[in-house]
Design a protein around this ligand. Structure first.
Ligand code: SF4
Length: 366
């Protein structure tokens, strides 16, 4: 469920977000309700993820209304997982209380860095001092905490990154996501890079930072269960594992993506168009595509290889109808010999070396 409103548009972000149009929030909630009503009847779900945007940018009463709408149309299984994304400076005690009241059990906090200079390059709205109190608020309400961090930011040294990881660990999160900075076309950061106003880190430096995260978080007992994600035992994100298994999921809201009955579709990213169509009871889907079975199998291979559990041959065949080895042939053996993949006969997964160059390995495999 996508909520596009943010206090401010960060320099690296190319999600479907809007800043400075808060007067549209109530209409957006009407539109989401109208989009959900097209389901016809409530659909029980095992996991929910409310992201954006910044869902916690909404006022407590707006958040309460949104969560009531979700409970009406997408009732959560009693043992379900319900995650909400939040920015540290938007998480007041009353908003956390609203989340807890509606059964949210995880909060994913966009910390990104504990260094003011790094946050300034990323054009984040919050200061480092806002992160620890936000974590404490979530903890006091009995919810799990996941922290997002970004590495490879211009000006960030290996020592800065180590300090970020150590500060994050000192807050004892249940889960950590570490993302290498990407320069998405059209973002302010991409433009600055093109004009030579900032110097990106070298690939070698980024790799060293990634390896440091693997070492440090591994030493502290975190399981590296997906290329960018680390969790304490039993605290993996169940929701995101659906994506990495290539199983079906719904999606609602501006720019939301879904994968239902083998059809991938995305909603419009135009806020005015979304509001108009949803409120008129029309479809807000911008594009959809039915994948051929072999394409679906290849896509399954790509996403499952992101997991440290990798691809389980028998489950892969059951899910896709294809035999893994027939799809990729001798390229698998070559990549195993080169030390990028591990194959025990049942599972195929990336080695540590393979994780460092995962995109290239997947490209060669296909
Ligand atoms: S707060 Fe998150 S969603 Fe909003 S602009 Fe920044 S990075 Fe994008």
């Amino acid at each position: 469920m996508h909520v596009p409103f943010c206090a401010h548009h960060c320099g690296y972000c190319d999600f479907a977000v809007v800043a400075g149009r808060d007067e549209l929030i109530d209409r957006y909630l009407d539109a989401l309700e109208a989009e959900l009503a097209r389901l016809g009847e409530a659909a029980s779900v095992e996991t929910l993820f409310l992201g954006g945007g910044t869902p916690t940018h909404l006022a407590p009463e707006q958040l309460d209304r949104l969560l009531a709408t979700l409970a009406r149309w997408l009732p959560l299984h009693p043992q379900g997982e319900f995650t909400v994304e939040a920015n540290p400076d938007t998480l007041s005690d009353d908003k956390v209380a609203v989340l807890a009241r509606w059964g949210v059990n995880r909060v994913s906090l966009g910390a990104q860095s504990f260094a003011s200079a790094t946050l300034a390059v990323l054009e984040r709205a919050h200061q480092p001092e806002a992160i620890a109190p936000a974590v404490q608020r979530v903890r006091r309400a009995g919810l799990m905490v996941s922290l997002d961090l970004i590495f490879g930011v211009p000006g960030q040294s290996l020592q800065d990154w180590r300090a970020d990881l150590l500060q994050a660990l000192s807050l004892q999160p249940d889960h950590l996501s570490t993302y290498g900075l990407t320069y998405e076309k059209g973002t302010p950061l991409w433009k600055q890079r093109r004009r030579g106003q900032l110097i990106p880190l070298s690939e070698a430096d980024e790799l060293t930072m990634y390896e440091l995260a693997m070492d440090l978080l591994g030493e502290r007992g975190f399981e590296h269960y997906e290329i960018s994600n680390f969790a304490f035992s039993g605290r993996r994100s169940r929701h995101n594992q659906v994506y990495w298994a290539n199983h079906a999921y719904h999606g609602f809201g501006l720019g939301a993506a879904r994968y239902v009955h083998g059809v991938r579709s995305v909603n419009t990213r135009d806020l005015d168009g979304y509001l108009r169509k949803a409120l008129a009871g029309e479809s807000v889907t911008r594009a959809s595509e039915q994948l051929a079975p072999e394409e679906r199998a290849r896509e399954t291979l790509v996403v499952q290889l992101r997991r440290s559990d990798g691809i389980e041959r028998a489950a892969f065949t059951e899910q896709t109808g294809f035999v893994l080895d027939e799809l990729i042939g001798t390229r698998l053996t070559t990549l195993v010999e080169q030390g990028f993949l591990h194959d025990d006969g049942q599972h195929v997964c990336l080695t540590r070396r393979g994780k460092c160059v995962a995109d290239a390995v997947i490209e060669r495999l296909l």
